[in-house]
Design a protein around this ligand. Structure first.
Ligand SMILES: [Zn+2]
Length: 428
């Protein structure tokens, strides 16, 4: 991540030259009040971040999630939003979905314009209660350390202070500015995926504040993750005395797995690999049950639909007619696909960064795991940009997770300017 440095000041030699230059130089200089306020906002943001890190909020820690939701909602209320803490009602139950899912905070700021812009981040972490004491908030040089600080408490703090900055600028040219922070991202958002999709569907732009990696790259695509669960039911029988009386679930499972082993399409990024299996209880018993799991990855939403159809088709062909075969496919996270609107917005982000004398990377090749941005993108034709958060490192690690303090001002400036210029139509 390049450090912030102000754009070089070019002293004009004569006044008239300065005047002619001024018009063309406008875009090359940071917008002064926005930049000055972003600098003033750094310390308050760090104070918020300290508070957020100090509340443990693992995805299954409902008490902690309620506490952080109250904290976030309180700050959004102070900023003048219409705020509610929501409890999940429409739950997409995944294999590992806990019984209880944490809340989400939803805030709407009404403006005088027409554009609809949404900011998202998640409040939950992968950590278990009690780990905070080994990784409390602390600042050391350009790094702010803390449990869950990069993933994704910085995102929540950055949203809160972007809204604060807009308020200090008395900027209200947007139609609505919506904030949504959920408490279940790290468990694949079973409780909030449909809400994110719904709220995002009519937005002109959705900005997702996961960390920007070590170099602040904006991401327009992420890969989708799916899993397939195969269950075979046979019939047990004595393997020595009466094997013919059983239906060997392991044989059927093996047949199924082998006929479903070549469904990957590497040229389009679709992958299906069988990775886990289990069957049988005793050496001398024909197994009555067998299960297997596969890991699936895709770059296009439609690939998962087609893959599921192919899998359901395949299981109709059985080796043992008396066995029962069931296949469940779950989309843990759909892929995020880049669209024209997101490309335009990200490209504009590059020009904003140039005003600070910095360069901004944009990546539209999907890498690594997915995020909630993918749910936001499912039903919108607006822009969805991921990675708006601070630069940092060490997400999901047990020590040394940090964010770069030097990325706070540029990121506040970027988010604020994007919202302003989208609202006023400068950024189309
Ligand atoms: Zn995250």
């Amino acid at each position: 991540m390049p450090r912030f440095r102000p754009a070089p000041f070019v002293a004009p030699l004569i006044a008239s030259l300065w005047l002619t230059c001024a018009a063309t130089m406008v875009r090359a200089e940071p917008v002064a009040d926005v930049h000055a306020l972003a600098q003033k906002e750094q310390q308050p943001l760090l104070d918020t971040l300290r508070d957020l890190v100090s509340i443990e909020s693992g995805s299954k820690d409902i008490e902690g999630l309620n506490q952080i939701a109250e904290r976030v909602a309180g700050q959004l209320k102070q900023l003048g939003g219409t705020v509610e803490i929501l409890q999940p009602t429409d739950i997409y139950r995944l294999d590992d979905t806990p019984e209880k899912i944490g809340p989400a905070v939803h805030a709407v700021f009404k403006g005088t314009g027409t554009k609809k812009i949404m900011l998202i981040a998640h409040m939950d972490t992968v950590y278990l209660k009690g780990m905070l004491k080994d990784q409390p908030f602390r600042i050391d040089g350009d790094k702010a350390y803390g449990l869950g600080i990069a993933d994704d408490k910085q995102g929540v703090a950055l949203i809160l202070h972007t809204v604060a900055l807009l308020q200090k600028l008395a900027f209200r040219d947007y139609g609505t500015l919506t904030v949504l922070t959920n408490g279940d991202e790290e468990i694949s958002s079973p409780g909030w995926r449909s809400t994110i999709t719904k709220f995002a569907s009519d937005q002109d732009a959705v900005f997702s504040f996961e960390g920007g990696g070590t170099d602040g790259t904006l991401r327009l695509a992420t890969s989708g993750i799916g899993s397939a669960y195969l269950t075979v039911q046979g019939k047990s029988s004595h393997a020595g005395a009466r094997p013919e009386g059983g239906v060997n679930a392991l044989y059927e499972l093996s047949h199924q797995v082998l006929q479903m082993k070549d469904l990957s399409k590497p040229e389009q990024g679709l992958k299906l690999n069988w990775t886990v299996s289990k069957s049988g209880t005793n050496r001398n018993v024909i197994p009555a049950d067998a299960t297997a799991q596969a890991d699936a990855r895709a770059l296009k939403v439609s690939d998962f639909d087609e893959l599921e159809k192919a899998l359901q088709d395949k299981i109709k062909n059985r080796l043992l007619q008396d066995s029962k075969v069931n296949l469940k496919f779950e989309v843990r996270r759909p892929p995020l696909e880049a669209n024209e609107a997101s490309r335009r917005v990200a490209a504009y982000g590059k020009t904003i960064y140039q005003e600070l004398g910095m360069s901004l990377k944009v990546d539209e090749k999907a890498t690594g795991g997915g995020t909630d941005a993918a749910f936001a993108a499912l039903k919108t034709s607006g822009a969805v940009v991921e990675g708006m958060g601070l630069s940092g490192f060490g997400a999901h690690s047990n020590d040394a997770e940090y964010v770069q303090v030097g990325s706070i001002v540029p990121r506040l400036y970027l988010a604020t300017r994007m919202i302003m210029d989208l609202s006023t139509g400068k950024l189309k």
